[in-house]
Design a protein around this ligand. Structure first.
Ligand SMILES: NC(=O)c1ccc[n+]([C@@H]2O[C@H](COP(=O)([O-])OP(=O)(O)OC[C@H]3O[C@@H](n4cnc5c(N)ncnc54)[C@H](OP(=O)(O)O)[C@@H]3O)[C@@H](O)[C@H]2O)c1
Length: 245
């Protein structure tokens, strides 16, 4: 996939991994649109990024998504890369009655159902281009679930499963489907997790490299190690990620 002269929509592009990815795509000479709920955050990001457009959108809201699709259709009809990056998680223990159902509902909406809807609505535009890509950000916890974020892990596993079948379904089309599996990354998302984390700049660089090389499963940092361990023994991988010896 070419890395220049694309038109790229990045959900959650106002911060963290999305922001750093937007920065790299801008530097490479792509047209970039960042989306998110918080207009002030998007405006501050746009000021730093320079040449980007912003669309305020809660991707869990059908009317917001419909408005976004109208804007893309009229203002950016050459859109050829969609990066489904927005996400959220709740940290809690399933053993402690922490209202798991309410957390799961929210996480499935933002991490799974929203990307499914947005992708479906933008598919006709992506199909119109010579070369397109859909890039879904999942996580190492899509491979091996993490007890600290139980229903988040399940939502990313759902997105992974969907991404694989989307790739299979579009294999003879002009659209390549990528999955990005970051390890723990140093962003607002993970600020309360006191362990070593990867710099989001390095995650963005790995995403761009993967896209250039047509590497459809981009496993970054320790995600690659957990992928290998899980291939050998899902039980060993589960225990290792969850610190059970
Ligand atoms: N950080 C990690 O350790 C890690 C590891 C693996 C995977 N990931 C994944 O990487 C992706 C990016 O996360 P990050 O680490 O860069 O954290 P982040 O800085 O908190 O970014 C999350 C982004 O999602 C946007 N967002 C949240 N809810 C939204 C909604 N309803 N509609 C539209 N946008 C929404 C936020 O923007 P607004 O607040 O403006 O809406 C924010 O810009 C997520 O999918 C996350 O699951 C993160």
């Amino acid at each position: 996939m070419k890395s220049e002269s694309n038109t790229v929509l990045i959900t959650g592009g106002g911060s963290g991994i999305g922001f750093e990815t937007a920065k790299l795509f801008v530097e490479k000479g792509n047209k970039v649109i960042i989306a998110g709920r918080n207009l002030e955050k998007l405006e501050a990001a746009a000021e730093q990024l320079g040449n980007v457009s912003i669309i305020q959108c809660d991707i869990t809201s059908e009317s917001d998504v419909n408005n976004l699709v109208v804007r893309i259709t009229t203002e950016y009809p050459d859109l050829n890369i969609l990066i489904n990056n927005s996400g959220a998680a709740f940290g809690y223990s399933l053993a402690e009655g922490a209202n798991a159902h309410a957390s799961a509902l929210k996480e499935m909406e933002i991490n799974y159902l929203a990307p499914v809807r947005l992708t479906e609505k933008l598919l006709p535009i992506l199909k119109n281009q010579a070369e397109s890509a859909i890039i879904n950000i999942t996580s190492v916890v899509a491979i091996v679930p993490w007890a600290v974020m139980p229903t988040y892990s399940a939502s990313k596993a759902a997105l992974q499963s969907y991404t694989r079948l989307l790739r299979l379904s579009l294999r003879t089309s002009n659209i390549q489907v990528f999955e990005v599996l970051p390890p723990l990354v140093d962003t607002a998302f993970s600020k309360n997790i006191p362990v070593d984390k990867m710099d989001p700049k390095d995650v963005a660089a790995a995403i761009l490299d993967g896209v250039i090389l047509d590497k459809h499963e981009i496993r970054i940092g320790f995600s690659e190690m957990f992928y290998g361990l899980n291939q050998q023994s899902p039980e060993k991988a589960l225990n290792a990620l969850n610190g059970i010896s």
